[in-house]
Design a protein around this ligand. Structure first.
Ligand SMILES: [Zn+2]
Length: 330
């Protein structure tokens, strides 16, 4: 079972590590040390800020690094903020979605396993030591190399409407350009399920993508975290937005929202992020550049709504997700 040098029950500012012993070809008794920060002052709500679950999503590690290094005034915190900027550190240091140590996908490894691979043991530590202390988990993702998003908050649909409503209120406080209410297609091993099982609330994000980052997406991220901290009462001040009506909201609740590549080729987008598309419209064309006899193939939307996610890189392969379309929600 993993441990940390921090005493997470103690008031004040603490900076340290989650220690992850691993035995590698080139390093028999290695310790992969994952940075963790705690800012605690008096009794109050508790927020867990996670970045770097996937190693090619860069907004969260940068914004959380800034927050942890001078961006939080501990004296003005009423409660606790725990920050892990690069949760799957081996993946982050490799610039890859999955861990190079074990091929582990952090957001398919929950609730984790204390006797498992490095990724599974980190997930176990998060479930056992961090989610258990949090009222709210903010799991900050971006599109990574293969996807690109309109900067969005993701509200995972909960088993009760009350819980979903509380998360929608967190999304409103974050106030990203888009809110996506999502019924995840592969939820069993995601952190979302573990947080819900522990009776806590989780808001996720998809802030950009294509394996890069921008000033615009960094600003959305920082402003959003500040809004959530005010909404929770961790710091004084009003929400960015105090109703769920502020940003545009869409619903994604089935496979018909997703468009997949049927072949390997270069994807030519014909619709942009935020565009309204109709079922049957071509959202792009797939160029099968290895076949002289095959003309470019239209890739069609399977539902009507707003395009908020598209291929993050030019070359796509059969089975890749290349568009996601959400239904507008009032
Ligand atoms: Zn991710």
């Amino acid at each position: 079972m993993l441990t940390t040098s921090l005493d997470l029950d103690k008031d004040g500012v603490q900076k340290g590590y989650i220690d992850v012993p691993v035995s590698l070809d080139l390093s028999a008794w290695s310790n992969q040390r994952v940075p963790i920060y705690s800012f605690k002052n008096a009794q109050g709500p508790s927020l867990l800020l996670l970045g770097g679950a996937h190693g090619d999503e860069f907004e969260a590690p940068v914004v959380l690094s800034n927050l942890a290094n001078g961006g939080i005034d501990a004296a003005n915190i009423h409660g606790q903020v725990i920050i892990v900027p690069a949760l799957n550190l081996p993946a982050v240091m490799n610039g890859s979605r999955l861990s190079p140590l074990d091929g582990g996908n952090m957001n398919r490894a929950f609730p984790g396993n204390p006797r498992g691979s490095a990724t599974e043991r980190i997930a176990d530590f998060v479930s056992r030591e961090l989610i258990s202390r949090a009222d709210v988990v903010l799991d900050l993702h971006s599109g990574g190399r293969s996807l690109r998003f309109l900067p969005s908050t993701i509200v995972p649909m909960q088993t009760t409407e009350t819980a979903t409503g509380e998360i929608r209120a967190l999304a409103a406080a974050f106030d990203a350009p888009l809110t996506v209410i999502l019924r995840e297609p592969q939820v069993e091993t995601m952190i979302d399920t573990e947080v819900e099982l522990q009776g806590k609330r989780i808001l996720a994000t998809e802030l950009g993508g294509s394996g890069t980052l921008s000033q615009e997406t960094l600003l959305v991220t920082r402003k959003g975290i500040d809004g959530v901290m005010r909404h929770m009462g961790l710091v004084a001040g009003p929400d960015n937005c105090d109703t769920t009506q502020c940003s545009k909201t869409v619903l994604v609740d089935g496979f018909h929202h997703y468009v997949y590549a049927d072949d390997a080729g270069i994807f030519e987008p014909l619709a942009g992020l935020g565009d309204r598309v109709r079922e049957g419209d071509a959202v792009g064309r797939l160029h099968l550049v290895d076949r002289a006899e095959t003309a470019p193939v239209a890739v069609k939307a399977r539902t009507t709504g707003f395009l908020f996610c598209t291929a993050g890189q030019g070359l796509v392969r059969r089975g890749d997700c290349i568009s996601v379309i959400g239904h507008p929600v009032d």
